[in-house]
Design a protein around this ligand. Structure first.
Ligand SMILES: [Zn+2]
Ligand SMILES: [Zn+2]
Ligand SMILES: [Zn+2]
Length: 383
């Protein structure tokens, strides 16, 4: 038994047979294809037709009938299409019997009269007994009174049909040869293109090539592996894109985080609340961020710095206010003291009736000099 023929062998055998229908090597390839279960039904059924038709052309309808019977029972769907012929292409009505399969002639025993030839229709013998030939009904036993009998046609052996090879048979043989050749060629192309596409290293190119092959062979039944490879490539591309997106997102988050640090470095302390708000926004936007802890620390440091500065300034303000208050108190105290001292001088005996403003310090050289000294040093303490 021959091994399964390759697509190239089948293609070459078809080419050879269309030139020389008797090439034994090519016939051997087609016969091997006809019994090869692994071949696609469209191919194997055509190989079977190529085996059957030569028998028909040799009028060997028995062998042709056996092969077509196997063909039609194995491939009820593809079989009739592969054969592409009907009975009318090789059978015609028998010209001898006009397709009836038999010839009608006048009944010989009764010579077409339908009357029993033994008793001549009298139903009885001359001796008066019941006629043994017609059993007493008087009709011809052979034709039962119908006057004629049917003889099977010898030309068609009673079938009414004779084999007449129409030119369709030869045409169909050539057509099947080219159909099978085209199928084999398509297999070869498909195998080549699939192999090339599957071997592509770059996944984008591979996906494009696979889709091209899938689109180029829309009717094939063996697309499974290619479709699967296409889905794998697509998944790979999707995964890459998703990773790229994640990376871009991470870069953007890091840039935002760097911007916060840059802002923190040259920040006037009065702007700390703005930065804190920005950090809070960042943490709300990216709650799962890896920078969460360090940004919390940054925020806390900035807040501490802000608190310290605020307290220092507050302290300075309070100190300033205190000094101002002390100054005012001192001024008021001095004024009161001056008044008190002048009033106390008036209590000295002999000076009661004097105007306080007219008083002259007895220890000073003159009132005028005392006034000048007072103007010089408004915080001056009197001895
Ligand atoms: Zn006939
Ligand atoms: Zn008869
Ligand atoms: Zn009779």
């Amino acid at each position: 038994m021959q091994s399964a023929p390759t697509d190239t062998e089948i293609k070459d055998a078809c080419a050879t047979l269309s030139r020389n229908a008797k090439d034994t090597k090519a016939l051997g390839v087609i016969q091997a294809a006809a019994v090869e279960d692994a071949l696609p039904p469209a191919m194997r059924s055509r190989a079977m037709v190529l085996c059957a038709l030569p028998f028909l052309q040799q009028m060997n309808t028995n062998q042709f009938g056996r092969i077509t019977q196997v063909l039609l029972s194995t491939y009820p769907e593809e079989g009739p299409a592969a054969l592409g012929l009907t009975e009318s292409d090789w059978l015609a009505a028998c010209p001898s019997c006009n397709g009836v399969g038999a010839k009608v002639v006048a009944c010989p025993p009764c010579s077409g009269s339908g009357i029993c030839p033994t008793c001549q229709g009298m139903k009885k013998t001359s001796a008066g007994a019941v006629c043994p030939a017609c059993k007493g009904d008087g009709k011809c036993a052979r034709c039962e009174g119908t006057k004629e009998i049917r003889n099977a046609c010898l030309e068609c052996r009673g079938s009414g049909k004779v084999v007449v090879i129409s030119p369709n048979i030869a045409r169909r043989y050539e057509a099947v040869l080219s159909e099978l050749r085209a199928l084999a060629s398509e297999n070869i192309q498909f195998a080549e293109q699939s192999k090339k596409a599957l071997a592509m290293w770059n996944v984008l190119e591979r996906l494009a090539a696979l889709e091209e092959v899938i689109a180029a062979f829309p009717n094939r039944q063996d697309m499974g592996p290619l479709v699967k490879a296409r889905d794998v490539a697509q998944a790979e591309i999707d995964e890459k894109a998703a990773k790229e997106q994640v990376r871009a997102e991470q870069t953007r988050i890091r840039q935002e985080r760097d911007a916060l640090y840059a802002a923190a470095e040259k920040l006037p302390f009065s702007s700390v609340p703005v930065l804190v708000r920005q950090i809070d926004d960042f943490l709300a936007k990216y709650p799962q961020s890896e920078y969460r802890i360090e940004l919390e620390v940054l925020k806390s440091k900035q807040q501490t710095r802000h608190t310290v500065y605020t307290n220092v300034w507050r302290g300075l303000y309070i100190l300033g206010g205190l000094i101002a208050v002390l100054f005012v108190v001192q001024v008021v105290k001095d004024w009161i003291q001056r008044r008190t001292r002048k009033e106390s001088l008036l209590k000295i005996p002999g000076m009661e009736n004097m105007d306080a403003d007219e008083l002259t310090d007895p220890l000073s050289d003159s009132r005028k000099a005392a006034a000048a000294r007072e103007a010089d040093d408004d915080l001056g303490i009197y001895p």
